[in-house]
Design a protein around this ligand. Sequence first.
Ligand SMILES: [Zn+2]
Length: 272
Amino acid sequence: MYLIDGIDKTVQEELQNLYQLQEIDRKVYNLTKQRADIPNQLNKMQEALQELRGRVGLVEDQVAGANQEAKGIEGVLDAERHKVRKWEQRLNEIRNQREYLALSREIESLKRANTDSEEKILELMKSAEEFTVQAETLKEELTTHTVELEEEQVRVEGALKETDSTIESESARRDDILPKISKPLLKKYDFIRSRRMGVGLALVKEGQCTACNMRLPPQLYNILQSGSRIDQCPSCQRIMLWEKFLEQSEEIAPVSGVSTESDGNPETEASV
Ligand SMILES: [Zn+2]
């Protein structure tokens, strides 16, 4: 369709092959980047779960603390109640009025202190109960989160496996294309893509590099259209392929099994 005099077939074939390689490399590059993000959600969930475990621990400590404090007061209270009983017995034996009154007052004050202690124990028991309820709620949350985390773990494992298997099959396709490209061109391509976000070859559309959007000098564009040699973009240094040559090669020689469209677009099945 777009036959132009002076096209170097070998140059163009090599560029087509390099383009196929580029498509695979682009896909693998993106997949590798996406792969790194797959466990992000899982990592967040693990952090949240860890934090929740910490909160459960704190609340349980508060339950234990309140119970222990209540137990301590209980111990003292037992001794104080015993004292009250002893003093009341002694009161019966006192005949002296002044001594009697003094001891009575002591007993009353001791009883009041004991009542305070009883109230304090009730308060502590109440807060222990409240903390227990809180701990139970948090533990329920913990269970839910643990289940969600396990589900996410399964999802992540599946997604990683799927990505790895796609990368693997793309790498196998890459290995098939490699022998079709000359070593110096491949070396140059690898060098460029290692420095240019994984893209070593750029299509040129309407006089413009599609990778960096630079408009080519008319003379260089003419040379590119002549198809006689391999050139690099003056701005981004990527190896250039004029889009018309790509369309041409797809129309003339659809490569079976190695579609440039990885999603199997039926439109690429052009007839000769
Ligand atoms: Zn460019």
